[in-house]
Design a protein. Structure first.
Length: 389
């Protein structure tokens, strides 16, 4: 199935390059999103076929180091292009730490330059420049180590992994997630009013946006996310919330990111409750057609009498953020982030998305992909509650 091949090294990724993200079928997931594993070291092993002796040695070497590949320090991802690895059962996940992709269409192999772009699995035997790719917690390449005839690559990879500092110090120092931390966005009276609305009206279970059969649909997955939301319908209150953002959030985004926010999406009071196991697993907010327009997410805490429920950014270490009541954490929608499980009390928050007029055009173009029937969103409709910030 695989033949070692010399491919022009100009096609290979080199240290410092961004590691391409992808969705590919894996042993346990039909559409595994690779960059959702960021926040620790990742090792991709393009072994080709587990029927090959060198591939078997590579897998044995990796499996022999569960102290490294434990899902905290690092994750191992084998990449197979041989369908017999699946049908025979000779390649399996080992949890924690070890997963495998079925790259039978060569999507990942093409992205990482180990198979020529014009190579197709339909051509029969595939020439593959087998290699290991070591990736840092922010999805940038640390090393690309080719398979060698003497199998010296095995010791080199494991030696490199032994030499790496803890993931939170991958850069040599602990670094700060690129977020804005803004106190005093909402005054105490407004925070209490928003919490009161939720408590009076209650909330509905909040889902996650996923791409299924080309459509962006809202899916309930309590293992991935547990939260309830109340949708604000009062036009005067929406205007008041917009006014605070225009005065207290938008100028900071302009100053730091040189981005002019003109649109605001979603007016909800959210509740992560200990009794529900409230949490939100690591995700990005703009990975579907229906969410591609989102530029910044804002998390405004409305109270502080809870434990857990803090937002963190795994690519930049374990540090988590808990804004004071009325305070906000503002961050790019493309950053991987998660909300830890609330262990005591209830966390209330106001959670909008911000974007601009250019992104509004993207949102309009993608409206047909929302749900089963599409959305009627129009960028020119300034009467919508999802418009001007």
């Amino acid at each position: 199935m695989t033949t070692p091949l010399h491919i022009d090294t100009k096609t290979f990724l080199t240290p410092g390059d961004p590691a391409p993200s992808f969705r590919q079928r894996s042993v346990a997931n039909p559409r595994y999103t690779f960059d959702s594993s960021a926040g620790r070291y990742l090792v991709l092993c393009f072994f080709g076929s587990a029927a090959d002796g060198h591939a078997q040695a590579a897998l044995k070497a990796a499996y022999g180091r569960p102290d490294i590949f434990n899902d905290d320090h690092a994750c191992f991802f084998g990449v197979s292009i041989d369908p017999e690895d699946e049908t025979s059962g000779r390649v399996k996940n080992r949890m924690p730490g070890y997963r495998h992709f079925w790259d039978f269409d060569l999507l990942v192999s093409h992205l990482y330059g180990v198979a020529q772009k014009d190579t197709s699995p339909r051509q029969g035997q595939v020439a593959l420049a087998r290699q290991w790719v070591v990736i840092d917690p922010t999805m940038r390449v640390l090393a690309a180590i080719p398979f060698r005839e003497d199998r010296g690559d095995l010791d080199e990879v494991m030696g490199l992994m032994d030499s790496l500092p803890p993931p939170e110090r991958f850069a040599g120092v602990e670094i700060m997630a690129p977020v804005l931390f803004l106190p005093r966005v909402f005054e105490p009276e407004l925070c209490r009013h928003l919490i009161g609305l939720y408590e009076a009206q209650g909330g509905e279970e909040s889902g996650v946006m996923r791409e299924i059969a080309g459509k962006t649909v809202d899916v309930t997955d309590p293992r991935f996310k547990r939260r309830k939301d109340y949708n604000i319908g009062d036009r005067d209150l929406i205007s008041a919330l917009q006014a605070r953002f225009l005065r207290r959030v938008v100028p900071e985004i302009t100053k730091v990111h040189q981005f002019r926010v003109t649109r605001m999406e979603r007016y909800i009071v959210s509740c992560y409750a200990a009794e529900d196991g409230g949490h939100f697993s690591a995700h990005r907010d703009n990975t579907t057609k229906g969410t591609a327009h989102r530029r910044f997410a804002v998390s405004v805490n409305l109270n502080d009498d809870f434990e857990g429920g803090e937002v963190s950014f795994p690519e930049y270490g374990p540090r988590s953020f808990k804004a004071p009541p009325g305070g906000a954490v503002v961050f790019s929608c493309s950053l991987l982030h998660k909300v830890s499980k609330v262990t005591k009390g209830r966390r209330f928050a106001f959670l909008p998305f911000l974007y601009d007029d250019t992104a509004a055009q993207i949102r309009e173009e993608n409206a047909r992909f929302i749900g089963e029937t599409g959305s009627n969103y129009r960028a020119s409709d300034q009467t919508s509650a999802d418009q001007g910030a």
